[in-house]
Design a protein around this ligand. Sequence first.
Ligand code: NAP
Length: 357
Amino acid sequence: MKRFNVGVIGATGMVGQRFLLLLENHPWFNVTCLAASSSSAGKKYKDALRRWHMSAPLPAKYADMTVMDADADREKIASAVDFCFCAVNMKKEDIKQLEYAYAKLECPIVSNNSAHRFTPDVPMVIPEINADHIRVIEAQKKRLGTKRGFIAVKSNCSLQSYVPLLHPLKKFGIKCAAVTTYQAISGAGKTFETMPEIVDNIIPYIGGEEEKSEKEPLKIWGEIKDGEIVPASGPAITAQCLRVPVSDGHTAAVFVNFENKPSKQDILKAWAEYRGVPQELELPSAPKQFIHYFEEDDRPQAKLDRMTENGMAVCAGRLREDNVFDYKFVGLSHNTLRGAAGGAVLLAELLAKNGLF
Ligand SMILES: NC(=O)c1ccc[n+]([C@@H]2O[C@H](COP(=O)([O-])OP(=O)(O)OC[C@H]3O[C@@H](n4cnc5c(N)ncnc54)[C@H](OP(=O)(O)O)[C@@H]3O)[C@@H](O)[C@H]2O)c1
């Protein structure tokens, strides 16, 4: 595989920093350009940072790079790199326009933002589940009038702790699922210092999260028709999303009903055997085993298990029959790795392997 020059837009932010760490020694991707808002532009990266949020130290290779202005320097950035990752904190409409602008400058964008998740010809991809949706990019490029510029997005972090576990069970006909997520504070870009109100507490509201958690799976399970992704009509998912005092790792308590109720062994087998395109292609960031089932009654735990396979695997446990639904179980995934930057890097690897950069 050739090496690609990569830009990170939003490089000074929490997700941007995670991108930089993940890409430090990446075999295919070499970060050559860092961009952020006009207030960071022109500064050395180490001076532009308000705070380095990662526990690993800032890699030396980035410290003295000059931060560019994501808006004013976009032509310069687009012509200097093969593609960009984007994770910015701006108004949704402004993010949409920024990402379109890069795509139209023939710079593919792999986005962590939610702005384009429901643009019908923008694929929203969990690579183990709907890698085939990247075929819609051809229609998107036609609409944008571009040769190589396009936008591809990843889904919301909350989904990662239950959609990958429901997906291998779709062959049993999922009628409906009820999910409660217990979401880490890093998902809100916070730490215990910056969110002291979460200590000894649970906050029963995360703006917009329940709608995303119910609606995004249907696009992921949708089909391409006439150059657009048409969302699936089911299974219906109802979700409650709670913010809990955990630094990293979203947990989900899941209840599910089937058309054809499988045995517990059938479910465990479906999880154990499930492999997606990233495993088949042996993409560099792909976990070897996508779903890890824990037999112990008190697992998976966020603190113990979120880093399973470098934080890229999905963990499951406590599968048992229920007296209202058919089954219940618990899922866990690392929200800033699999659920954010790591998921986007895996998506970029899929796009690279398919010749889209
Ligand atoms: N945190 C998570 O776990 C998580 C998970 C999933 C999705 N996301 C999404 O990822 C995105 C970034 O989140 P975050 O937590 O990394 O945010 P963050 O820490 O607040 O960082 C925001 C980044 O956006 C840049 N930015 C702000 N205004 C800009 C502008 N007008 N033009 C260009 N760049 C601008 C900032 O640059 P300056 O430093 O120069 O201001 C900074 O680099 C958001 O859309 C968020 O919803 C986050």
